[in-house]
Design a binder for this molecule. Structure first.
Ligand SMILES: [Zn+2]
Length: 174
């Protein structure tokens, strides 16, 4: 399945799911380039899901991890959660996770409200995300192809290697 077909199925499914009235959160690894699945991106993704679930348990927020039924395998590593909390609270938690020091920058967490609308960072007075490799905003470097995909991947591989024996830090989030 190509990316567009994947995205279309995903969005349709999120709208269907969010009709039930709870908040949907997706968690992905922000891998530059067309190919998204590597052993290291899988490792980062698994770690990120564990981190998220630990936060939710610690905050006593009820959630379920749900499976999106697709006609084909997922295009990228992505997990879907139904979270029994207001969208804005979930968005704040998502941003806290994205600011987590080891791999937060590598993650994309999207939060959808009860009508399947994605809550963007823009409306929330949060600074735009920085590039992995320099001080520029990530979207500027992405648009101008300032860095090679290999260099960006290398940064992520190093981060994935750091995860081995690091415990998920809870401080500063709650
Ligand atoms: Zn840059």
């Amino acid at each position: 399945m190509n990316y567009l077909a994947f995205k279309e199925q995903k969005e349709k499914w999120i709208i269907d799911e969010s009709r039930e009235g709870s908040t949907i959160l997706t968690i992905r690894v922000n891998v530059p380039g067309k190919q998204k699945k590597y052993p290291w991106s899988s490792k980062i993704h698994k770690y990120a899901c564990e981190m998220l679930e630990k936060y939710l348990v610690n905050l006593a927020i009820a959630f379920e991890r749900i499976e999106l039924k697709l006609s084909d395998e997922y295009y990228e590593y992505i997990a879907f959660y139904r979270i029994h909390e207001l969208p804005l609270c979930v968005k704040k938690l998502a941003i806290a996770l994205e600011n987590e020091e080891i791999i937060g920058r590598l993650l994309d967490l999207d939060v959808y409200d009860a009508v399947g609308k994605n809550l963007s960072r823009d409306g929330m007075n949060i600074p735009t995300r920085k590039c992995y490799l320099c001080d520029e905003a990530a979207f500027i470097c992405g648009r101008s192809h300032k860095h090679s995909i290999e260099a960006l991947h290398q940064f992520m591989i190093l981060k994935a290697e750091m995860l081995g024996d690091k415990k998920v830090a809870m401080e500063g989030i709650i």
